[in-house]
Design a protein around this ligand. Structure first.
Ligand code: PMP
Length: 358
């Protein structure tokens, strides 16, 4: 006799882990869309200041962080949900809204957590292929929305293809989506998207109560090791997500760090500028080598390669870890996160060695 799992577990795939964690020694870690810089010194101080209180539970409402976010965005704190990473909010909303018979629509390839949402709730996943340029095909997505659709996910910029749609196209799409569908716009990389200002998306919230903007401190703020994300949404959304999850889902150090990090918008601007410079550098160097990338607006490039497995192995041999497209839904690609300039140049040198060998 062995223990028995629920039948749903058959559909729940393990999260595709980056190879980074399997190796020791000095690595060039370009596999997980992290930023290469440590948190701001004041953020580290804020973390240290709370270490002595770890015998106490954190504030379950995350009051100070929600207040800081409310001020940053001029948005009501009751309409801001917090999570243990934005993944936690995605999983929470799936639990709150999906069930057998319900449908969730999203583009593919996109963020590797999305398939979990249907799998763990017994809902039906309706996936819509990206267009040839690696962008969401909003017209095709609209055609897939039915009376059974509860959630539609838009990943902008999209992981793993790095592409972004102009906000006016998303606004037109939202206008046409029936009001019974929650449109979750996953903006994990919004700060790096030079097609718009991050604040511009808030216009969508003013006009549509069925829209959620999902954001994170994992990327530009460099706090993925602490796990904290947030959603700008409605009070009913926040209430549902809060009720369905475990209490205290955001830990005390994460709350303190994120609250302090928000105070340093000058640092955010600096990081965005540095990433934009690295984007131009990496993409133009790849183009010189005849390697095509999509038109990226994130902190990573999606690169078409002939022999993905050989490229991954060749890079790994040289201590450079990136992600292969096969694990992310589209074989024949690699996804490379931008690191520091020396890290990016180490990646380019490793690519040269791999190409020469082929
Ligand atoms: N959305 C997208 C599109 C992502 O790429 C990621 C992280 N890779 C997340 C959400 C989740 O980020 P976190 O849980 O760290 O906030």
């Amino acid at each position: 006799m062995s223990i028995e799992f629920s039948s749903r577990m058959r559909d729940v795939a393990p999260y595709p882990q980056a190879a980074t964690y399997a190796f020791g020694g000095d690595l060039v870690k370009l596999a997980s869309n992290e930023t290469p810089w440590p948190p701001h010194p004041d953020v580290l101080e804020a973390i240290k200041a709370h270490v002595g209180d770890l015998n106490r539970y954190p504030d379950p409402g995350g009051t100070a962080l929600r207040k800081a976010l409310a001020q940053r965005y001029d948005y009501a704190p009751e309409r801001i949900a917090l999570g243990n990473g934005s993944c936690d909010i995605l999983l929470g909303v799936a639990q709150a809204m999906l069930e057998p018979g319900a449908e969730i629509v999203y583009a593919w390839p996109s963020f590797s957590m999305y398939p979990h949402l249907a799998a763990m709730t017994g809902a039906r996943a309706v996936t819509v292929p990206l267009d040839d340029a690696g962008r969401h095909d909003l017209e095709a997505m609209l055609r897939e929305i039915t009376v059974a659709t509860r959630i539609c996910l838009i990943c902008n910029p999209n992981n793993p293809t790095a592409t972004a749609l102009p906000l006016d196209q998303i606004a037109d799409f939202v206008d046409q989506v029936p009001r019974h569908v929650l449109v979750v716009i996953d903006e994990a990389y919004v700060e790096f998207n030079l097609l718009q200002d991050p604040d511009d998306s808030l216009e969508l919230l003013k006009k549509n109560t069925n829209v959620v903007l999902l954001r994170t401190f994992s990327k530009v703020y460099g706090l993925c090791g602490l796990r904290v994300g947030y959603a700008l949404a409605s009070d009913t959304f926040r209430d549902a997500v809060d009720r369905i999850r475990q209490p205290f889902s955001v830990n005390a150090l994460a709350l303190a760090a994120a609250t302090e990090a928000l105070r340093h918008q000058d640092e955010v601007a600096r990081r965005v500028e540095r990433i934009a410079i690295e984007r131009v550098h990496v993409e133009s160097e790849l183009a010189e080598r005849g390697l095509a990338t999509t038109e990226g607006q994130a902190n990573f490039s999606w690169v078409a390669v002939e022999d993905e497995a050989a490229v991954l192995a060749g890079l790994e041999e040289r201590g450079v870890i990136v992600r292969g497209g096969a694990a992310l839904g589209d074989p024949g690609h690699i996804r490379v996160t931008y690191g520091t300039r020396p890290e990016n140049d180490a990646f380019l040198a490793a690519i040269d060695a791999v190409i020469q060998r082929a």
